[in-house]
Design a protein around this ligand. Structure first.
Ligand SMILES: [Zn+2]
Length: 304
C-alpha cells in the first residue's frame, strides 16, 4: 500500500518535471520570417520636387511658419513683409512674426555684394534640414537682404523666401527663381501647385518599424526592431504590443521620438505561454494621428 503511494507520487513528480522541461527549458529554435511589413502607402511624386527643389520633397513641418526680421532698414523690412503677405495670398502658407525661436531669420546688410560680375541682391536658403522618409523637413532657414527692391513687387525678397522654402533656381528668365532678378518676373505656377500639394499633407508624425526580427528557442521569444518617425512632427509616447498567435504577450513603452529619429528595441527571453506558436506580430499603438497607420504593424510566420 505504502509502495503504491510512493510510486504514484513519483509519477506525479516526473510528469511535473517533464512539463517544466517543456515549458521552461529551451530545446528547439524556431526562426520566423517576415510575413508582412506594410510600408507607407503614402507617397508624393518626387519627380516634380527634384525639378523644382534642392532636394526631394522639402517642406517646413507645418504650413504655419514663424519668422523674425532683424536689423533691417524700414524699406527692406517692408519688402520682406510684403513678400510674406504675397506668399500667404498665393498659397496655403501662413507666416507669423515671433520674438525668439523663429524658423526663418531675415537680416539685412547695408553694402551690396559683388560676386563675379553680378550684384548680389540677396541670399537665402534652408539652414537645417532633417531627412524623414519621403521628406526633407526644413527646420530653419535664413534670408539676407542686401539691396532695396527696385520693383513694385518685392521680387528679391520673394525669390529668397522661395529658396528658404526649398526652391532652386529656374532656367526661365521670366521666372522669379531665375538667377538674375527682374521686375517683370513671375512666380511659376508649378511652384505654387507644388506648395499647395506638399503642404496639404497634414503635419503629423509617422511611426513605423525597421529591421524587425523574431526567433524562439523553446518557449522563449527574442525580438529586435527599430521604430522610426518618418513624419512631419515629433511623436509623443507610444506603445508596441507583441503578439503570439494573435494574443498579446508583452507591451513595451516607447518614449517620444523626434522627426527623423528612431529607437532600437531588443528583448531576449520573453516567455510565451501559447503552445505551437505559428505567428508573431508587433503593433505600434498611438493616441495621436499619423500620416499612415498601415505601417504600424509587422507580422512573422515560422520559417519553412
Ligand atoms: Zn537665388
Amino acid at each position: 500500500m505504502e509502495g503504491r503511494i510512493i510510486n504514484g507520487f513519483l509519477v506525479v513528480v516526473i510528469i511535473i518535471l517533464l512539463l517544466s522541461i517543456y515549458w521552461f527549458i529551451p530545446f528547439k529554435t524556431t526562426e520566423f520570417d517576415l510575413e508582412s511589413n506594410s510600408n507607407s502607402n503614402f507617397s508624393v511624386n518626387s519627380y516634380e520636387s527634384t525639378q523644382l527643389q534642392f532636394y526631394e520633397n522639402m517642406r517646413f513641418p507645418d504650413k504655419k511658419i514663424t519668422y523674425k526680421i532683424e536689423n533691417c532698414p524700414i524699406k527692406r523690412k517692408k519688402d520682406m513683409e510684403r513678400a510674406l503677405e504675397i506668399m500667404e495670398q498665393e498659397t496655403i502658407l501662413e507666416f507669423y512674426p515671433v520674438e525668439k525661436n523663429q524658423q526663418i531669420t531675415i537680416t539685412c546688410e547695408e553694402t551690396t555684394k559683388l560676386e563675379g560680375k553680378l550684384f548680389i541682391a540677396g541670399e537665402g536658403g534652408p539652414t537645417n534640414i532633417t531627412i524623414a522618409g519621403n521628406f526633407n523637413v526644413i527646420e530653419a532657414g535664413k534670408i539676407l537682404l542686401m539691396k532695396d527692391s527696385e520693383c513694385e513687387r518685392p521680387n528679391v525678397a520673394i525669390h529668397e523666401l522661395l529658396h528658404v522654402l526649398g526652391f532652386d533656381h529656374s532656367k526661365n528668365p521670366k521666372n522669379i527663381m531665375y538667377e538674375i532678378s527682374k521686375c517683370d518676373q513671375v512666380i511659376g505656377e508649378d511652384i505654387l501647385d507644388f506648395i499647395e500639394k506638399i503642404y496639404s499633407i497634414p503635419s503629423n508624425p509617422d511611426l513605423l518599424f525597421e529591421d524587425a526580427k523574431a526567433s524562439m528557442h523553446g518557449k522563449y521569444l527574442d525580438i529586435n526592431f527599430s521604430i522610426r518617425n518618418n513624419g512631419l512632427k515629433d511623436a509623443g509616447e507610444s506603445k508596441v504590443k507583441v503578439l503570439a498567435n494573435g494574443k498579446e504577450i508583452k507591451e513595451i513603452e516607447i518614449p517620444e521620438i523626434d522627426i527623423g529619429y528612431g529607437r532600437k528595441v531588443s528583448i531576449a527571453n520573453l516567455w510565451v505561454k501559447q503552445i505551437d506558436v505559428q505567428k508573431i506580430g508587433f503593433i505600434i499603438e498611438t493616441d495621436f494621428e499619423e500620416l499612415d497607420k498601415a505601417n504600424n504593424r509587422v507580422s512573422f510566420e515560422i520559417k519553412k
